[in-house]
Each structure stands twice: as structure tokens, then as C-alpha cells.
Design a protein around this ligand. Sequence first.
Ligand code: SF4
Ligand code: SF4
Length: 234
Amino acid sequence: MGSIKDYFSGLGKGVASLVKGLQVTGKEFVTPKITEKYPDNRENMHIAQRFRATLQFIYDKDGNHRCIACGTCERNCPNGTITLETKMVDTWDGKKKKKIDRYIYDLGSCTFCQLCVQTCPTDAIEFSNDFEQAVFTRSKLVKQLNYLPEKPEPKPTPEQIAKFEAEKKAKLEAAKAAAAAKKAAEGTTPAIELDEKAKKALAAAEATGDPEKVAKVKAALEKAARLKAEKGNA
Ligand code: SF4
Ligand code: SF4
């Protein structure tokens, strides 16, 4: 049987232990909670901005994206997660332009390495932190990221039209000047005498009655004769 001293010693230790326990409880009582009441707090729960949940297109408020269908993201993806379907469209200045038709992303094979985002030259894609991506079948993880209708090609500004017309005119004039210079050079070229064999070939061409063919054969024969004469003079 213990003494009275042991009794009070044990009682004191019990009270000290109780106070210590209450201190821990009190501290936890005022510490901010980190447990989320998901899904009750779905609307305002905190998800780190840098959390990578799924790839998405960046659309501006007018529904425009910046993808130029260059294919860099598709080539850099180590898993073949991205598939681009592209199309060619006509532009107002008569050129052809490659545009994105369908941007396919398979969330099921993405490793969230972010190589696609980092190598995109136009910053057209980003990772969203929307973590609620659970679905019942794998096929639903394959998404088309350009989900808004594609916009038609923008109309040219008056300045662009003026520049285009000026360039077209300059090219036309340069071509005319080159043609005139060529004609003048041909006019100054001394006539060359064809030998008998060439004359026969020219006569045969003339017999066909095709002026285009005659001109071509004549030019070729004269060129050959000129080259022969130049070789002989050398
Ligand atoms: S998302 Fe970027 S890298 Fe990928 S095709 Fe579009 S512009 Fe190119
Ligand atoms: S994050 Fe990596 S794996 Fe996922 S689509 Fe981009 S490049 Fe491919």
C-alpha cells in the first residue's frame, strides 16, 4: 500500500499531464484549419495556382486564341498526347495560310511536364488548375481544346490594301522593265548565219505551220550557232 506522499505525487503528475494535454488542444483550437470540406466548399476552396490539372487554350474575351498551328507542341510532347488537325485557308492577298482545325489533347497520357507550354512560340496554351477531371471512360479524357468556333480571316486594313497594291504595281513595273530590257538586248544582237543543217531543221519547223514552234526552233538553232561561233573564235 502506497504512502500519502506517493498519492499526492501521482495526483500532481496527473494534473500536470492534464494541463499539458489541454495546452495542445487549446493551441490546435486556434490554429487555422487545413482540412478542406470538399465538395461542400467547392466554390471557394484553395487550389495552388501552379497546380497542373489539364491543358487548355487561352482565349481572349472576344473568343480569339493565339495558336498558329505550327506544331511545335505536338513535336515536343514526349508521349504523343497532342494531335493537331490543320487546314489551309485562302487569305485576302491571295496567299494560303495554315490554320488549326482540331487541337486534340489526351489528358489520360499527359505527364504534365509542361514542355508543350514552354515551347509554344505564341503562348497559346496553359495549364489550368481545375482538378475535377474524373470521368468514367478513358475516351472522355480526349478533348478538343479549340472548342469555340474558329473565326474567319480578318479583313485587311486600308493601309494593308494600299501597301499590297503598291507592292503589286512595283513588281509589275519591274517585270515590264525586265521584259523591255530583254527585248532591247535581243534587238541589238547581230543576226547569225545558220548552216545548211540548221536551215533544213528550221524549214521543217516552218512546214508545221505552228508559229510558236518555229520561234522556239529558230531561237534554239541561233543560240547553238552563236555558241559554235564563239567557240570557234576562242
Ligand atoms: S499551341 Fe503553340 S506550339 Fe502548339 S501549334 Fe499552337 S502555336 Fe504552335
Ligand atoms: S505536359 Fe508534357 S506530356 Fe502533357 S501534353 Fe504537354 S508536352 Fe505532352
